[in-house]
Design a protein around this ligand. Structure first.
Ligand code: KG4
Ligand code: ZN
Length: 333
Protein backbone atom coordinates (compact mmCIF):
# COMPACT_ATOMS: atom_id res chain seq x y z
CA UNK A 1 0.00 0.00 0.00
CA UNK A 2 1.36 3.35 -0.94
CA UNK A 3 0.87 7.10 -1.26
CA UNK A 4 1.95 8.25 -4.73
CA UNK A 5 2.28 11.76 -6.17
CA UNK A 6 1.75 11.88 -9.95
CA UNK A 7 3.11 14.73 -12.09
CA UNK A 8 2.21 15.39 -15.75
CA UNK A 9 3.86 18.11 -17.88
CA UNK A 10 4.29 16.62 -21.37
CA UNK A 11 2.42 19.27 -23.36
CA UNK A 12 0.24 22.18 -22.27
CA UNK A 13 -1.37 20.97 -19.04
CA UNK A 14 0.44 21.12 -15.70
CA UNK A 15 -1.19 18.49 -13.56
CA UNK A 16 -0.68 16.75 -10.22
CA UNK A 17 -2.58 13.98 -8.46
CA UNK A 18 -2.42 11.93 -5.28
CA UNK A 19 -3.17 8.21 -5.32
CA UNK A 20 -3.59 6.53 -1.94
CA UNK A 21 -3.68 2.74 -1.83
CA UNK A 22 -4.81 2.55 -5.46
CA UNK A 23 -7.48 5.25 -5.19
CA UNK A 24 -6.95 8.48 -7.11
CA UNK A 25 -8.27 11.08 -4.71
CA UNK A 26 -7.66 14.27 -6.66
CA UNK A 27 -6.53 15.49 -10.08
CA UNK A 28 -5.59 19.16 -10.36
CA UNK A 29 -5.04 20.52 -13.87
CA UNK A 30 -3.70 24.00 -14.75
CA UNK A 31 -4.52 24.56 -18.43
CA UNK A 32 -2.55 27.04 -20.53
CA UNK A 33 -4.90 29.42 -22.33
CA UNK A 34 -1.93 31.41 -23.66
CA UNK A 35 -1.54 29.10 -26.71
CA UNK A 36 -5.01 29.92 -28.06
CA UNK A 37 -3.87 33.20 -29.65
CA UNK A 38 -1.11 31.36 -31.56
CA UNK A 39 -3.38 28.62 -32.93
CA UNK A 40 -1.28 25.83 -31.37
CA UNK A 41 1.05 24.97 -28.52
CA UNK A 42 4.19 27.16 -28.46
CA UNK A 43 6.84 24.97 -26.75
CA UNK A 44 8.81 27.78 -25.07
CA UNK A 45 5.63 29.32 -23.65
CA UNK A 46 4.49 25.89 -22.45
CA UNK A 47 7.73 25.46 -20.46
CA UNK A 48 7.34 28.89 -18.85
CA UNK A 49 3.73 28.18 -17.89
CA UNK A 50 4.71 24.80 -16.40
CA UNK A 51 7.36 26.54 -14.35
CA UNK A 52 4.79 29.02 -13.07
CA UNK A 53 2.16 26.38 -12.30
CA UNK A 54 4.01 23.36 -10.99
CA UNK A 55 4.50 24.44 -7.36
CA UNK A 56 0.92 25.70 -6.80
CA UNK A 57 -0.58 22.62 -8.48
CA UNK A 58 1.46 20.15 -6.39
CA UNK A 59 0.90 22.18 -3.25
CA UNK A 60 -2.84 22.13 -3.94
CA UNK A 61 -3.13 18.33 -4.28
CA UNK A 62 -1.06 17.68 -1.15
CA UNK A 63 -3.19 20.10 0.89
CA UNK A 64 -6.45 18.80 -0.56
CA UNK A 65 -5.43 15.24 0.31
CA UNK A 66 -4.31 16.34 3.78
CA UNK A 67 -0.93 14.77 3.08
CA UNK A 68 2.38 16.09 4.27
CA UNK A 69 5.07 15.61 1.61
CA UNK A 70 7.04 13.38 3.98
CA UNK A 71 4.15 10.87 3.89
CA UNK A 72 4.72 10.21 0.15
CA UNK A 73 6.09 6.77 -0.77
CA UNK A 74 7.07 7.58 -4.38
CA UNK A 75 6.78 10.17 -7.14
CA UNK A 76 5.56 9.14 -10.58
CA UNK A 77 6.23 11.55 -13.46
CA UNK A 78 5.80 11.63 -17.24
CA UNK A 79 9.22 10.90 -18.73
CA UNK A 80 7.97 11.10 -22.33
CA UNK A 81 6.89 11.33 -25.07
CA UNK A 82 6.21 15.06 -25.23
CA UNK A 83 7.82 18.48 -25.62
CA UNK A 84 11.37 18.49 -24.25
CA UNK A 85 11.15 21.81 -22.41
CA UNK A 86 7.74 20.92 -20.96
CA UNK A 87 8.88 17.46 -19.81
CA UNK A 88 12.02 18.96 -18.26
CA UNK A 89 9.99 21.01 -15.76
CA UNK A 90 8.05 18.01 -14.43
CA UNK A 91 11.11 15.75 -14.55
CA UNK A 92 13.41 18.18 -12.69
CA UNK A 93 10.78 18.89 -10.08
CA UNK A 94 10.02 15.18 -9.52
CA UNK A 95 13.72 14.35 -9.22
CA UNK A 96 14.57 17.09 -6.76
CA UNK A 97 11.50 16.38 -4.62
CA UNK A 98 12.21 12.61 -4.60
CA UNK A 99 15.88 13.24 -3.73
CA UNK A 100 15.01 15.59 -0.88
CA UNK A 101 12.45 13.12 0.53
CA UNK A 102 14.68 10.11 -0.20
CA UNK A 103 11.85 8.22 -1.96
CA UNK A 104 11.81 6.36 -5.31
CA UNK A 105 11.00 7.90 -8.69
CA UNK A 106 8.69 6.11 -11.12
CA UNK A 107 9.14 7.23 -14.76
CA UNK A 108 5.92 6.87 -16.76
CA UNK A 109 5.23 6.57 -20.51
CA UNK A 110 2.53 9.16 -21.27
CA UNK A 111 0.61 7.01 -23.80
CA UNK A 112 0.66 3.91 -21.58
CA UNK A 113 -0.66 6.11 -18.79
CA UNK A 114 -3.63 7.12 -20.99
CA UNK A 115 -4.44 3.38 -21.15
CA UNK A 116 -3.98 2.97 -17.40
CA UNK A 117 -6.62 5.71 -16.86
CA UNK A 118 -9.07 2.80 -17.15
CA UNK A 119 -7.98 1.55 -13.75
CA UNK A 120 -9.00 4.73 -11.91
CA UNK A 121 -12.77 4.15 -11.82
CA UNK A 122 -15.07 1.13 -12.05
CA UNK A 123 -15.81 -0.84 -14.14
CA UNK A 124 -12.23 -1.80 -14.93
CA UNK A 125 -11.28 -3.94 -17.95
CA UNK A 126 -9.59 -7.30 -17.43
CA UNK A 127 -6.57 -8.40 -19.46
CA UNK A 128 -6.24 -8.77 -22.38
CA UNK A 129 -8.31 -5.91 -23.79
CA UNK A 130 -8.15 -3.74 -26.90
CA UNK A 131 -7.53 -0.02 -26.44
CA UNK A 132 -7.94 2.59 -29.16
CA UNK A 133 -5.54 5.30 -28.02
CA UNK A 134 -6.30 8.61 -29.72
CA UNK A 135 -4.59 11.89 -28.89
CA UNK A 136 -2.95 14.93 -30.45
CA UNK A 137 0.26 12.98 -31.07
CA UNK A 138 -0.82 9.33 -31.32
CA UNK A 139 -3.39 7.03 -32.89
CA UNK A 140 -2.89 3.39 -31.99
CA UNK A 141 -4.85 0.20 -31.59
CA UNK A 142 -3.27 -1.66 -28.67
CA UNK A 143 -3.65 -5.15 -27.33
CA UNK A 144 -3.15 -4.58 -23.62
CA UNK A 145 -1.78 -7.74 -22.03
CA UNK A 146 -0.62 -6.23 -18.73
CA UNK A 147 0.28 -2.75 -17.40
CA UNK A 148 3.74 -3.14 -18.89
CA UNK A 149 3.02 -5.26 -21.96
CA UNK A 150 1.06 -3.57 -24.73
CA UNK A 151 1.28 -4.71 -28.35
CA UNK A 152 0.69 -2.17 -31.14
CA UNK A 153 -1.74 -3.89 -33.54
CA UNK A 154 -2.01 -0.85 -35.80
CA UNK A 155 -1.17 2.84 -35.81
CA UNK A 156 -1.18 5.97 -37.90
CA UNK A 157 1.52 6.26 -40.51
CA UNK A 158 1.36 10.07 -40.55
CA UNK A 159 -0.84 12.52 -38.60
CA UNK A 160 -2.61 11.60 -35.36
CA UNK A 161 -6.40 11.80 -35.37
CA UNK A 162 -6.34 14.66 -32.80
CA UNK A 163 -4.07 16.55 -35.20
CA UNK A 164 -6.59 15.91 -38.00
CA UNK A 165 -9.39 17.34 -35.81
CA UNK A 166 -7.26 20.39 -34.97
CA UNK A 167 -6.11 21.01 -38.57
CA UNK A 168 -9.65 20.63 -39.93
CA UNK A 169 -10.89 23.09 -37.29
CA UNK A 170 -8.20 25.56 -38.36
CA UNK A 171 -9.43 25.33 -41.97
CA UNK A 172 -12.91 26.16 -40.69
CA UNK A 173 -11.47 29.20 -38.88
CA UNK A 174 -12.18 27.76 -35.43
CA UNK A 175 -9.85 28.57 -32.52
CA UNK A 176 -7.29 26.15 -31.04
CA UNK A 177 -7.73 23.49 -29.76
CA UNK A 178 -10.10 22.63 -32.56
CA UNK A 179 -11.14 19.10 -31.53
CA UNK A 180 -13.54 20.16 -28.77
CA UNK A 181 -14.91 22.97 -31.01
CA UNK A 182 -15.71 20.54 -33.84
CA UNK A 183 -17.37 18.25 -31.29
CA UNK A 184 -19.54 21.12 -30.03
CA UNK A 185 -20.61 22.36 -33.48
CA UNK A 186 -21.18 18.84 -34.80
CA UNK A 187 -24.02 18.40 -32.28
CA UNK A 188 -26.21 20.74 -34.38
CA UNK A 189 -25.05 19.50 -37.80
CA UNK A 190 -25.88 16.81 -40.35
CA UNK A 191 -23.03 14.24 -40.34
CA UNK A 192 -23.94 13.02 -43.85
CA UNK A 193 -24.30 16.43 -45.57
CA UNK A 194 -20.75 16.43 -46.99
CA UNK A 195 -18.63 13.47 -47.95
CA UNK A 196 -14.86 13.36 -47.50
CA UNK A 197 -12.74 10.49 -48.79
CA UNK A 198 -11.55 8.03 -46.13
CA UNK A 199 -7.90 7.02 -46.64
CA UNK A 200 -7.28 3.33 -47.20
CA UNK A 201 -4.37 1.77 -45.34
CA UNK A 202 -3.32 -1.87 -45.11
CA UNK A 203 -4.16 -4.07 -42.11
CA UNK A 204 -4.90 -2.10 -38.93
CA UNK A 205 -2.95 1.05 -39.80
CA UNK A 206 -4.33 4.53 -40.29
CA UNK A 207 -3.55 7.62 -42.34
CA UNK A 208 -5.05 10.99 -41.46
CA UNK A 209 -2.95 13.42 -43.48
CA UNK A 210 -5.05 13.07 -46.66
CA UNK A 211 -8.31 14.20 -45.13
CA UNK A 212 -6.90 17.65 -44.37
CA UNK A 213 -6.05 18.13 -48.07
CA UNK A 214 -9.41 16.80 -49.17
CA UNK A 215 -11.20 19.28 -46.85
CA UNK A 216 -8.95 22.11 -48.08
CA UNK A 217 -9.72 21.47 -51.78
CA UNK A 218 -13.42 21.03 -51.07
CA UNK A 219 -13.58 24.35 -49.19
CA UNK A 220 -11.61 26.20 -51.88
CA UNK A 221 -14.05 25.02 -54.54
CA UNK A 222 -17.15 25.90 -52.52
CA UNK A 223 -15.79 29.29 -51.42
CA UNK A 224 -15.44 30.30 -55.08
CA UNK A 225 -19.24 30.10 -55.44
CA UNK A 226 -20.18 31.31 -51.99
CA UNK A 227 -17.72 33.35 -49.95
CA UNK A 228 -19.79 32.66 -46.81
CA UNK A 229 -19.89 28.91 -47.44
CA UNK A 230 -18.08 28.04 -44.18
CA UNK A 231 -20.19 30.31 -41.97
CA UNK A 232 -23.41 29.16 -43.64
CA UNK A 233 -22.55 25.47 -43.20
CA UNK A 234 -20.32 25.40 -40.14
CA UNK A 235 -22.34 22.85 -38.13
CA UNK A 236 -22.82 20.48 -41.08
CA UNK A 237 -19.12 20.77 -41.98
CA UNK A 238 -18.06 20.00 -38.40
CA UNK A 239 -20.48 17.06 -38.19
CA UNK A 240 -19.39 15.63 -41.57
CA UNK A 241 -15.67 15.92 -40.76
CA UNK A 242 -16.21 14.33 -37.36
CA UNK A 243 -18.28 11.53 -38.89
CA UNK A 244 -15.53 10.75 -41.43
CA UNK A 245 -12.80 10.59 -38.76
CA UNK A 246 -14.93 8.42 -36.46
CA UNK A 247 -15.85 6.07 -39.29
CA UNK A 248 -12.15 5.58 -40.09
CA UNK A 249 -11.34 4.90 -36.42
CA UNK A 250 -14.26 2.49 -35.95
CA UNK A 251 -13.65 0.39 -39.08
CA UNK A 252 -10.17 -0.63 -37.96
CA UNK A 253 -11.22 -1.03 -34.35
CA UNK A 254 -13.94 -3.51 -35.38
CA UNK A 255 -11.37 -5.42 -37.49
CA UNK A 256 -8.95 -5.51 -34.54
CA UNK A 257 -11.62 -6.87 -32.19
CA UNK A 258 -12.50 -9.59 -34.71
CA UNK A 259 -8.88 -10.44 -35.48
CA UNK A 260 -7.95 -10.83 -31.80
CA UNK A 261 -11.31 -12.29 -30.79
CA UNK A 262 -11.46 -9.86 -27.87
CA UNK A 263 -14.71 -8.17 -26.85
CA UNK A 264 -13.43 -5.85 -24.14
CA UNK A 265 -12.93 -2.55 -25.94
CA UNK A 266 -11.53 0.63 -24.40
CA UNK A 267 -10.76 4.12 -25.70
CA UNK A 268 -8.17 6.49 -24.26
CA UNK A 269 -6.45 9.82 -24.95
CA UNK A 270 -7.75 13.31 -25.65
CA UNK A 271 -9.95 12.40 -28.62
CA UNK A 272 -11.81 9.86 -26.44
CA UNK A 273 -13.52 12.94 -24.97
CA UNK A 274 -15.29 13.30 -28.35
CA UNK A 275 -19.02 12.71 -27.89
CA UNK A 276 -19.45 11.22 -31.40
CA UNK A 277 -16.69 8.67 -30.80
CA UNK A 278 -18.10 7.80 -27.38
CA UNK A 279 -21.51 7.22 -28.97
CA UNK A 280 -19.99 5.09 -31.77
CA UNK A 281 -18.24 2.91 -29.17
CA UNK A 282 -21.51 2.48 -27.25
CA UNK A 283 -23.27 1.53 -30.50
CA UNK A 284 -20.47 -1.00 -31.10
CA UNK A 285 -21.27 -2.47 -27.68
CA UNK A 286 -24.87 -3.08 -28.75
CA UNK A 287 -24.05 -4.26 -32.25
CA UNK A 288 -21.04 -6.49 -31.60
CA UNK A 289 -21.63 -7.51 -27.97
CA UNK A 290 -18.62 -5.55 -26.76
CA UNK A 291 -18.03 -4.64 -23.17
CA UNK A 292 -16.82 -1.06 -23.49
CA UNK A 293 -14.69 1.15 -21.25
CA UNK A 294 -14.69 4.93 -21.61
CA UNK A 295 -12.84 7.04 -19.03
CA UNK A 296 -14.45 9.91 -17.19
CA UNK A 297 -13.91 13.19 -19.13
CA UNK A 298 -11.24 14.50 -16.74
CA UNK A 299 -9.15 11.36 -17.40
CA UNK A 300 -9.42 11.49 -21.23
CA UNK A 301 -7.30 14.56 -21.94
CA UNK A 302 -3.90 15.06 -20.30
CA UNK A 303 -4.07 14.63 -16.54
CA UNK A 304 -1.91 13.45 -13.64
CA UNK A 305 -4.56 11.05 -12.30
CA UNK A 306 -3.46 8.56 -14.95
CA UNK A 307 0.21 9.14 -14.00
CA UNK A 308 -0.48 8.59 -10.29
CA UNK A 309 -2.48 5.42 -11.08
CA UNK A 310 0.31 4.10 -13.33
CA UNK A 311 2.73 4.95 -10.51
CA UNK A 312 0.62 2.94 -8.05
CA UNK A 313 0.66 -0.12 -10.35
CA UNK A 314 4.40 0.12 -11.09
CA UNK A 315 5.21 0.74 -7.42
CA UNK A 316 4.03 -2.80 -6.68
CA UNK A 317 6.54 -4.04 -9.28
CA UNK A 318 9.30 -1.77 -7.97
CA UNK A 319 9.75 -0.34 -11.47
CA UNK A 320 11.83 2.56 -10.17
CA UNK A 321 13.85 5.03 -12.20
CA UNK A 322 17.07 6.81 -11.53
CA UNK A 323 17.90 10.42 -10.74
CA UNK A 324 20.09 10.43 -13.87
CA UNK A 325 17.15 9.59 -16.19
CA UNK A 326 16.64 12.38 -18.71
CA UNK A 327 13.31 13.25 -20.38
CA UNK A 328 12.57 11.29 -23.56
CA UNK A 329 10.60 13.45 -26.05
CA UNK A 330 10.32 10.41 -28.33
CA UNK A 331 10.15 7.78 -25.61
CA UNK A 332 9.84 4.38 -27.32
CA UNK A 333 6.63 2.49 -26.66
O1 KG4 B 1 -4.30 13.41 -24.89
P1 KG4 B 1 -4.33 14.86 -25.18
O2 KG4 B 1 -5.00 15.77 -24.18
O3 KG4 B 1 -2.89 15.41 -25.43
C1 KG4 B 1 -1.94 14.65 -26.14
O4 KG4 B 1 -1.32 13.78 -25.49
O5 KG4 B 1 -1.86 14.88 -27.35
O6 KG4 B 1 -5.05 15.03 -26.62
C2 KG4 B 1 -5.21 16.29 -27.19
C3 KG4 B 1 -6.01 16.13 -28.48
C4 KG4 B 1 -6.12 17.43 -29.26
O7 KG4 B 1 -5.83 17.16 -30.62
C5 KG4 B 1 -7.58 17.84 -29.06
O8 KG4 B 1 -8.11 18.59 -30.12
C6 KG4 B 1 -8.24 16.48 -28.97
O9 KG4 B 1 -7.36 15.70 -28.19
N1 KG4 B 1 -9.56 16.55 -28.31
C7 KG4 B 1 -10.72 16.32 -28.97
C8 KG4 B 1 -11.74 16.54 -28.00
N2 KG4 B 1 -11.17 16.88 -26.81
C9 KG4 B 1 -9.82 16.89 -27.02
N3 KG4 B 1 -10.96 15.97 -30.23
C10 KG4 B 1 -12.24 15.81 -30.59
N4 KG4 B 1 -13.29 15.99 -29.74
C11 KG4 B 1 -13.09 16.36 -28.45
N5 KG4 B 1 -14.12 16.53 -27.63
ZN1 ZN C 1 -2.05 12.80 -23.88
Amino acid sequence: MAVILGIESSCDETSASICINGKVINNEIASQAIHEQYGGVVPELASREHQRNIVPVIDHVLRHAGINANKLDAIAYTRGPGLLGALLIGNSFAKSMAASLNIPLIPIHHMKAHVMAHFIDDPKPSYPFICLTVSGGHTQILKVISPTEMIILGQTQDDAVGEAFDKAAKLLGLPYPGGPMIDKMAKDGDPYKFKFAESEMPALDYSFSGIKTSILYFLRKELKNDKDFITNNINDLAASIQQTLISMLMNKLINAANQENINQIAIAGGVSANSGLREAIENGAKKYGWQTFIPDFQYCTDNAGMIAMSGHILYQEKAFGDIADSPLPRMPF
